[in-house]
Design a protein around this ligand. Structure first.
Ligand code: KIV
Length: 274
């Protein structure tokens, strides 16, 4: 049975929450098998799966397609899907309709970026019964347009603004909040101050859980290598090496071999001169 909002909420203070991004059936099956609590169909799909420079171009149709693929793979993990840029900022009607599309595609909950200013939208989605995960700190859909990648919450003033954002999201009914690239002191303070779990990415050990882009942790995405993303393997090296061996085998004739092909029925080959 997939983990529910209640399961995730009850992990605060009891057990750290593990989350990774997932966008396709094959990888999502492995993440689910590994016991990951939350599979996030992040709009980072635009970068790691579709090759865009940032998450801005990602569409609802694309997010629904990725969400459907992940939902067909998962058994036990909770599935949260990102609302992409301009699918909710335009008001509650769009936000509810687009959240509904992600739920129909297979998500258990949606995630959107924004603090206090997004709280009315969060409340409108929660009010129709759709669980919402908040996302503050670095907000790639908008921070990238103005500031680029920058650590958030580095001053006491910035920390108290982020705390305010977190509390507004909690009051609006968010069940969980992602803290992206927030200084670890600020992230720890926020995590202690709110009752809902925080899930950090580049925000230190004081959060209630951690999320990483799965391609970063497996060493598959070469374009950006964030300092906060621990690489557990260099899968891209292994993939390139395997593909080169395959190419060598095809060129030399070592592949395919007898165990890789099929034969005609007894006595039939002679009839076509083989
Ligand atoms: O889109 C995404 O992958 C995310 C994570 C970075 C939290 O929002």
């Amino acid at each position: 049975m997939p983990r529910t909002v209640r399961d995730i909420a009850s992990m605060k203070g009891a057990k750290k929450i593990t989350a990774v991004t997932s966008y396709d059936y094959t990888m999502a099956s492995l993440c689910d098998k590994a016991g990951i609590d939350v599979l996030l169909v992040g709009d980072s799909a635009g970068m790691v799966m579709l090759g865009y420079e940032n998450t801005i171009p990602v569409t609802m149709d694309q997010m629904c397609m990725f969400t459907g693929a992940v939902s067909r793979a998962r058994n036990d993990s909770m599935l949260v899907a990102d609302l992409p840029f301009m699918s909710y900022q335009t008001g509650p009607t769009d936000a509810i309709a687009n959240s509904g599309r992600l739920i129909k595609a297979g998500a258990d909950a949606v995630k959107l970026e924004g603090g206090a200013t997004a709280s009315a939208i969060v409340r409108s989605i929660v009010d129709v019964g759709i669980p919402v995960m908040g996302h503050i700190g670095l907000q790639p859909q908008t921070t990238m347009l103005s500031e680029g990648y920058r650590v958030q919450g580095r001053t006491a003033e910035a920390a108290s603004r982020l705390l305010e954002d977190a509390k507004e999201l909690e009051n609006a009914g968010a069940f969980c909040i992602v803290l992206e690239m927030v200084s670890h002191e600020t992230a720890g303070m926020i995590s202690d101050a709110v009752r809902i779990p925080t899930i950090g990415i580049g925000s230190g050990a004081g959060c209630d859980g951690q999320v990483l882009v799965v391609q970063d942790l497996l060493g598959m995405y070469e374009k950006i290598r964030p300092k906060f993303a621990k690489r557990y393997m260099n899968l891209s090296d292994s993939i390139v090496e395997s593909l080169q061996r395959y190419r060598g085998d095809v060129e030399s004739g070592a592949f395919p071999a007898e165990e890789n092909w099929f034969s005609m029925d007894q006595g039939e080959a002679e009839k076509i001169g083989r």
